[in-house]
Design a protein around this ligand. Structure first.
Ligand SMILES: [Zn+2]
Length: 146
């Protein structure tokens, strides 16, 4: 099941993560499932609230109240929270042991690597309810004007 990612949203995600560099940045992915694909329709950036600021280059955490806000925003737009995106500053976009230990089932994890402050490569993983991770394909799509 691929993740269909409109180009303008990928640009928004990259721009936000370049702003939070060299700390990890994070946010929610809003969308829905259709014809065996995850369709991304919006993003909801949230602050990285990992307690020790000096560790935010390698760690992130989301405040429970930001999760609730994102969920409300998704509902308002008739969408679902389908996953989380976060950055890996100067590090490949692979799941770290920390990421695996802190993932929620049935959520997509989109990771963007940044080098010298510039977004380079994105990978997406699905954490299923059996506790397994699978990389899923990212398809960048051109947004259809409405
Ligand atoms: Zn990570």
């Amino acid at each position: 099941m691929p993740l269909l990612l409109p180009k303008h949203l990928m640009q928004k995600i990259n721009a936000y993560l370049e702003e939070t560099y060299p700390e990890e940045g994070c946010g929610f992915l809003l969308g829905y499932l259709e014809n065996n694909a995850y369709i991304l329709k919006g993003i909801y950036p949230v602050p990285n609230v990992w307690e020790k600021k000096e560790e935010r280059k390698r760690r992130y955490s989301v405040a429970p109240e930001d999760f609730l806000k994102a969920e409300k925003e998704a509902q308002r737009q008739n969408l679902l929270l389908i996953g989380i995106y976060h950055s890996h500053p100067d590090y490949p976009p692979s799941l770290s042991e920390f990421d695996k230990a802190n993932s929620w089932p049935d959520f997509i994890y989109l990771i963007v690597s940044l080098y010298r402050g510039k977004a380079q490569e994105a990978k997406a993983y699905l954490f299923n309810s059996h506790g397994e991770f699978r990389e899923i394909a990212i398809q960048i799509t051109e947004e259809v004007k409405q």
